[in-house]
Design a protein around this ligand. Structure first.
Ligand SMILES: [Zn+2]
Length: 184
């Protein structure tokens, strides 16, 4: 049994991706690996549809967006697809994978009443994107928990201290998840 997700990437990209994954801790990597999560870095000029059967079927159009997304997580394949290896992208997409692993194949954030309540009652969000839905709320909060940021992002830095300050409810939930469900 693997103790961390398989990463399909060049050695250089693998090193960048693994460094971000390490921020989540051994327990989280183990939970993701046992749920079958893997990470795929697209080669230059490769499209999502070239690597993902599901995206070919469901949303092949994503490759034709003026700016295709930097990364995607495909639930049915348990696969994180990355065009970018920036810490923000890797952490955000892996956070979706972890959400799915914690939920046993569906997003925990969608079914956990604690997360739903925290989202409903939130008065501020760690980033603007976190406000766009339960899954993005959870992913961005997790990214803040592991403090994966890009220096060039226009958004405020996502840090654990800021998360505790502006949204103590989700911070307490993540604290509990990492202490109990994702303990090393
Ligand atoms: Zn997302």
């Amino acid at each position: 049994m693997r103790d961390r997700p398989a990463v399909d990437a060049s050695p250089e990209a693998s090193a960048a991706i693994d460094a971000v994954l390490d921020r989540f801790g051994i327990g989280a990597l183990r939970v993701a690996a046992s749920a079958g999560v893997r990470v795929v870095h697209l080669r230059p000029r490769e499209a999502y549809r070239d690597r993902s059967r599901a995206l070919r079927r469901l949303a092949s159009g994503v490759d034709d967006w003026p700016v295709p997304p930097a990364g995607l997580f495909v639930v049915e394949e348990r696969a994180v697809y990355l065009r970018s290896t920036s810490p923000m992208t890797v952490a955000h997409e892996f956070a979706h994978a972890l959400d799915c692993a914690l939920g046993g194949g569906v997003y925990l954030s969608g079914v956990d009443p604690r997360v739903r309540r925290a989202f409903r009652n939130a008065r501020a969000f760690i980033t603007p994107y976190a406000a766009s839905g339960l899954d993005e709320y959870f992913a961005e909060s997790l990214r803040a928990w592991v403090e994966a940021n890009d220096p060039r992002s226009p958004w405020p830095r996502a840090t654990r201290a800021r998360l505790r300050e502006i949204d103590p409810a989700i911070a307490a939930i993540l604290d509990s998840i990492f202490t109990h469900d994702l303990a090393a």
